[in-house]
Design a protein around this ligand. Structure first.
Ligand SMILES: Cc1cc2nc3c(=O)[nH]c(=O)nc-3n(C[C@H](O)[C@H](O)[C@H](O)COP(=O)(O)OP(=O)(O)OC[C@H]3O[C@@H](n4cnc5c(N)ncnc54)[C@H](O)[C@@H]3O)c2cc1C
Length: 415
């Protein structure tokens, strides 16, 4: 049985691992409905639901292909964690990355996976050309499909095999982590995004504090990464929440100790090593991308509601910003967005919390992350994206039989 990382999506269907393009074409030809899996790190039903799952991690293809200046062809199904060292060996790097690098490039791009940085776009926007195998088994490229349609697709236009991506000379980042007063973080967030290459902050529930993380270019000598204390911090937050069921005073004391124990970080390292870390504690997540001018008010209200109505929540709220791009299904299409992400323990019910907050995000014009939980309908999504109907029409044209369309996806992408 296949399950995703969080354990909230599963499928009993067979998993096939073609090793050549011919085998991939054959699998597509002989299966009425199929979906590709990357690393299974999405929370939404975008992998399960077909007759078969294709895992392309063994596709026989070099990790890196031809290079043309700052553009390079890569195996689209390689994991980001394998692409980064391969790029570094050629003196290159991704311009930006998200919190983790376990995803495949195709999986990450298909849902518009992003990091943080006011001038730094999501991964899909770095794709400058692509090759894919269509529902009919033909090999298509971005000469056949407009690039802005092919960058973010949730795997519905075809199976991505190779991508040409825009990269930068490899670089080091200075990582600085510090505890701040939450109200200061809220007041200064726009300035912090303006002043730092990468800036994000985590609001720690019930403490009045936030952890601010800055990354800036550095030529200083590389240092040693401190031990990853995030996992311990989240465990203490959970412990405090559980203790709080017996005594509010004990919860407050544990949270106070946690903020006192939070030590600052300041070191320099290779960009991809510094930007990405491992996530050991499983969670469910909802993330909405908001117009920057309304995000502060929405965030304030989210925090108010969390403190008032959701004493069981212990995961911090993550706040990031991503530059705008032109991909038709990119939540960042048309201008930068500030992303607010809320999480719950993977073993606990997320609905009460997510259902209470989602209307705030929607009313503010937020667009959901395609790989994270949301409850929007075809009509609502169509209203959020100027090119949504055009994308749906192209999808219908390329895959009229719905080979890459599951019932869950059909609800969103078929009028
Ligand atoms: C711990 C954790 C941390 C995360 N951090 C971030 C973050 O910092 N920023 C962020 O934006 N998101 C983040 N995410 C979300 C994650 O990046 C996305 O859900 C991403 O899509 C997962 O990539 P994947 O390789 O696991 O793809 P999957 O979840 O396996 O697939 C995603 C989609 O891509 C399609 N697909 C995969 N391969 C192909 C292919 N070859 N051709 C066509 N379609 C394909 C699948 O069919 C599916 O529709 C995180 C998720 C987790 C669990």
């Amino acid at each position: 049985m296949w399950t995703n990382w969080a354990g909230n999506q599963s499928a009993q269907t067979a998993i096939t691992g073609p090793v050549s393009i011919a085998e991939l074409q054959q699998a597509i030809a002989e299966t009425p409905s199929l979906r590709v899996v990357g690393a299974g790190h999405s929370f939404t039903p975008i992998v399960a639901g077909g007759d078969r799952i294709l895992d392309l991690s063994e596709l026989d293809m070099p990790t890196l292909g031809d290079r043309d200046g700052n553009r390079i062809w890569v195996n689209a199904n390689a994991r980001l964690r394998d692409l980064s060292p391969a790029l570094a060996a050629q003196g290159l790097a991704f311009r930006n990355l998200g919190d983790i690098n376990a995803q495949s490039l195709a999986g990450a791009a298909s849902t518009a996976t992003h990091g943080t940085g006011r001038t730094l776009p999501c991964l899909a926007a770095e794709i400058t050309a692509a090759k894919l195998v269509s529902a009919g088994g033909d090999i298509l490229s971005t000469d056949d499909i407009p690039l802005e349609m092919a960058q973010v697709t949730l795997g519905m236009l075809g199976v991505l095999t190779e991508a040409q991506i825009s990269v930068v000379p490899k670089y080091n980042l200075r990582r600085r982590v510090r505890l701040a007063d939450l109200q200061d973080s809220l007041a200064n967030m726009h300035q912090n995004w303006a002043e730092n290459r990468n800036f994000e902050f985590f609001c720690i529930p019930f403490t009045g504090k936030a952890v601010e993380i800055r990354h800036d270019l550095s030529d200083a000598a590389e240092g040693t990464a401190p031990r990853d204390l995030d996992m311990i911090a989240v465990k203490v937050l959970k412990l405090a929440r559980n203790a709080g069921k017996l005594s509010g005073g004990v919860r407050r004391m544990l949270l106070k100790l946690l903020t006192l124990a939070q030590s600052d970080e300041d070191y320099v390292g290779e960009s991809w090593r510094v930007l990405c870390s491992d996530r050991h504690i499983r969670f469910n997540e909802m993330e909405y991308h908001l117009p920057p001018d309304v995000a502060g008010d929405v965030l304030q209200e989210v925090i108010t509601r969390l403190h008032r109505d959701h004493k069981d929540i212990y995961f911090p709220i993550e706040v990031r910003q991503t530059a705008g791009d032109t991909a038709c299904l990119s939540p960042f299409q048309g201008g930068p967005r500030i992303s607010i992400a809320v999480h719950t323990d993977a073993n606990e019910d997320h609905r009460r919390y997510f259902d209470a907050l989602e209307p705030l995000f929607v009313e503010a014009g937020g667009r959901p992350h395609w790989g994270k939980m949301h409850s929007l309908t075809h009509k609502e999504l169509s209203g959020l994206y100027p090119d949504f109907d055009r994308f749906c029409a192209l999808r219908e044209q390329l895959d009229p039989g719905g080979k890459f369309l599951t019932p869950a996806l059909a609800k969103l992408f078929r009028p």
